[in-house]
Design a protein around this ligand. Sequence first.
Ligand code: ADP
Ligand code: MG
Length: 695
Amino acid sequence: MTIKALLNPRSVAVLGASERASVGRGMVEALERIGFAGAVYPINPKYASVAGRNCYAGFRELPEPPDVVSFCIRSDGIIENLRAAAEHGARAAVIYDGGFAEIGHEGEAMQREIGGICRDAGMSLCGPNCMGVLNPPAHSTTFKQEVRNPDALIGNIALISQSGSVAASLLADLRRFGFSLVVSSGNEAVNDTASYIDFAVADPNTKVIATFTESVRNPDRYIAALDRAAANGKPVIVLKVGRSARVRAAITGHTGGLAGESRVFSEILKAHRAIEVEDLDELTEVLAACQGTRWPTGNGINVVTTSGGQAELILDVATSAGIPLRPLPAETREAVERDVGRVTGDGNPLDAWGRGDFRTATPEALRLLSENPATDAIVFCSSDSVDNQALGRAGREEDYAKLFAVAAAKSSKPHYFMSMRPGVLHSGQIHILAEAGVAVIGGTRQGLGAIERLARWNTPLAPVRASNAAPSPALATDRATINEFDAKKILSGYGLPVTRETFVTSADAAVAAANAIGYPVVLKVVADDIPHKSEHGLVAVGLRDEQALTAAFGDMQRRVAALGIPIAGYLVQEMVTDGVEVFAGVSRDPHFGLTIAFGMGGVGVEVLRDFALRPVPLREGDAEAMIEETRGAALLGAFRGRPAADKATLAQCLYALSDFAAVNSDRIEEIDLNPITARAKGCVIVDALIVPRRS
Ligand code: ADP
Ligand code: MG
């Protein structure tokens, strides 16, 4: 495996090394400074030595094939030199320069050529358009930055970033964590984020994997890498750009549809146990939270403060961020009131300044929380402090940290020391707490959010549903769409509830059907080529009697004739008069396959875009959660005399839809059940449309 030659090389050739100040010169010096123990081969025909090392005229002159070649040259010389490197047995390369796929067609062709050369030679490649690789524990670098303090870099995080600047930003603040590996992967012409995740999963120095991603190269490999990381107990924290349409347009040149690409990606991450974050602050705090020796196993977070105002602010911020801070149970509350002092509010956050000496009150409060079985994590927020504080007693910051470190040592639960503002940190405190295995987090929203995310990661996912249903032969068709009548027949075969209805081709047959079903009825046109019937006035609801039905039939015949679109016939259908209209559907993401959506009918999905999404197949519990997730779900509750909708049956309907989609996944492009009527008891599919996938 040549990826090892790229990420943990035994020798580095620096192409374009020179005596004058340059990237190549900097690379030779960086290797020196980081303490690289392997061979360094500067290559440049113009020099006999560079920075005191023997310099070689070309790859041919090297004493051995190098593990990795650092291409410190401009893009126009790269192809020729990459060929030479491959010919002389180089195992890997790093190409920093840009001017490839990111600039359009011409660059793309060059990038393909580079990829081809590497693949043919079995070489690994970082880049192009990147900053390279840093392996602090191995003391190796091909990273395009000077090395100043190599020891400070070492830690347990593997960072894989498509952007070099984002990597550099995370590398700038090493107060709370360091890195086991840093890869600035750039355009990923050969090796991609998934391959680096795989390496990090197997790397004993890596405990946590952080990624900054613009686009996923190979979705299947990516998902497999996430699954391997989860199975090996290493969280993958993902910061992906492209949540806004303008950013997506900038990255890929196209925007998402209803199941907007970034929402699909978020759900894929959840389903494969990756932790998604929205910005660098959140990413940083999750990485900081991971530095604690104990990790939370549930989201019962209890916060202890040293002031009432602080407690109120933290509760407000946590609540609006959706982070649950559950009130103290009565028993703990009584014990706190007895031994510590009066509890204001509901005790979470708990102002533990106490009646007398905070040095005895706070530890006692921490002990009582630790004994509360509902507490999964204890967070201590004293007063924010920085190095070289101008005010306050000297040594005070260290005292707080020591007090908390002692409390943590006496407990089995994870403890976090938190500042209210992100980035406001005190090095002395961090040092004391790190020795005690306690993580220091910053910012109420980001810090508490990090604990909550880590707790969620630590909770096993429910199993994916397995179905033993057989694929439907009716989907093996070249019909562009399958009309309502046929779609419902297929779906009811999989246990999905549909309206009572009869297919007819004459007014007389319609009347006979209506008599059998019972008035009022609905009359609709049945035609593959008219997927949206009401757009053409081809749905007539609330037909009370024979007269209304025959009139509607005549009217519809005239409309059909005027449209000039061939139809199969007509549908006489029971009229559903009670319940709430909801929507369920399946659609195909070009990268991640089928997803299932649920939302409220009508404007809910189309205008408000209020829908829940999951990959197919669903996991147990997903359907119930999807129903609760939508804002419109409130409409399913009892309201002004109307009974509550039967959510349990609705959930079963979503599971059945998922099972159907899963067993027929190769044959489905899209399914629309719009509306489904959710009733007080049961639910019924009122309209259905299937778009088969053409093989
Ligand atoms: P379209 O092809 O235009 O989506 P639908 O079959 O969904 O046609 O009918 C349009 C609307 O008419 C539905 O959204 C629903 O509100 C109403 N409707 C259709 N069929 C029935 C029915 N059987 N009972 C009650 N309302 C119905
Ligand atoms: Mg419809």
